[in-house]
Ligand binder design. Structure first.
Ligand code: ATP
Length: 361
């Protein structure tokens, strides 16, 4: 059964068009992660689902019920914010039980719900403390606990981990995934963090300029990005893009020349481009290899900079005539990710290679 249905939602802020014809059906129990550049409308979309923003047009349903004009408290959702939004004068226990107290639920029900949430989130020892006596991670767990006690149909998270340090973020990420497995609830999560999106999502929604660019399982989006935007947005370091021109075609196959010595042959294309068409080819940094005689396609380059990250090496290599664009490293420079530590001298000439079937057209 569909948990959340978003039908043709539009949002205008005065003259600014923030959400453009958004439609999406979210199934019961899915973990949906919304990603996109700053200002793309992620938070606005989450707030319209929550009822904290009205939609200009379109409809929203939660569990089959039209909630488009309902108040946030009547939608069956609970939201967790980046800022925690805990009541400072209430203990952890009081914060977590607040929603149920407001709903005038019986005392025994509140106590049971708080005890269960505290146990799930390992907060049993903290129940009598006030928010200021807790660490950042504990505060965020209380905010999540307050959502859990309300047993919502849908959990909404707006960058809940971005105030935490890197180690705590990793820990909370694992905890949130475990929580999702345990509760089986529908969760919708907004983040800037690609790792959160790739690791937690059952499906990722990529937004850009108020529109949905693509929706799919993390590895599906990574392997089959639908356009240049999604290809460049998912993946760190970013995909390398090179400008080229189609020099010949043959029913589903095409040869692309990219300047310099680089020529790439594509087979099994869904759509055959026209001869002479300007195209962009994409190659993920981890698909590029240095000095591999077995690489089917290769081109000469010069090492500009090498970064050693412990378990991998990132090499930025200048390929002169090749017009790269949109990469982390600037025009003419390829980013190459090597899965171990290999030393390269600055300015060393190298042969950069890849298999044509790892390239995107
Ligand atoms: P970020 O990742 O930076 O938080 P976001 O994708 O969550 O970005 P939103 O907060 O949804 O972005 O904002 C989308 C756009 O709508 C932005 O350009 C923003 O300036 C605009 N916007 C948001 N709220 C309002 C408002 N109340 N009035 C006018 N414009 C707004």
């Amino acid at each position: 059964m569909a948990s959340v249905e978003i039908h043709n939602v539009e949002k205008h802020y005065g003259g600014f068009h923030a959400l453009k014809d958004i439609s999406l059906t979210i199934d019961e129990g899915e973990f949906i992660v919304m990603v996109g550049p700053s200002g793309c409308g992620k938070s606005t979309l989450l707030k319209t689902i929550a009822g904290l923003e009205t939609v200009t047009s379109g409809r929203l349903r939660i569990k089959g019920r039209d909630v488009t004009r309902l108040e946030p408290g009547d939608r069956g959702i609970a939201m967790v914010f980046q800022s925690y939004a805990l009541y400072p004068h209430m203990t952890v226990e009081e914060n977590m039980g607040f929603g149920l107290r407001m709903a005038k639920r019986p005392r025994a029900e509140i106590d049971t719900a708080v005890a269960r949430a505290a146990q799930i989130l390992r907060l049993e020892e903290q129940l009598r403390k006030y928010p200021k006596q807790l660490s950042g991670g504990q505060r965020q767990r209380v905010a999540i606990g307050r959502a859990i006690t309300r047993s919502p149909d849908v959990f909404l998270f707006d960058e809940p981990l971005s105030n935490l340090d890197a180690a705590l973020r990793t820990q909370m990420r694992v905890e949130l995934s475990t929580l999702h497995d345990r509760l089986g609830s529908t969760m919708i999560y907004v983040t800037h963090d690609q790792v959160e999106a790739m690791t937690m999502a059952s499906r990722i929604v990529v937004l850009n300029g108020g529109r949905i660019e693509q929706v799919g399982a993390p590895l599906e989006l990574y392997a089959n990005p639908i356009n240049l935007f999604v290809a460049g947005f998912l993946g760190a370091p970013r995909m390398n893009f090179v400008a080229g021109r189609v020099t010949s075609t043959n029913g589903g196959s095409a040869s692309v020349t990219c300047g310099g010595d680089l020529k790439v042959d594509f087979d099994d294309l869904a759509e055959t481009p026209a001869v002479g068409a300007a195209v962009t080819i994409g190659i993920r940094p981890e698909k590029l290899r240095i000095g591999d005689p077995d690489a089917g396609t290769s081109f000469p380059a010069r090492v500009r900079l090498t970064e050693y990250l412990g378990r991998e090496t990132i090499v930025y290599a200048d390929a002169g005539d090749l017009a790269t664009s949109g990469s982390d490293s600037g025009t003419g420079v390829f980013t190459i990710q090597i899965g171990d530590i290999q030393p390269f001298a600055p300015d060393a000439p190298v042969s950069v290679g890849f298999d044509a079937n790892a390239a995107y057209l």
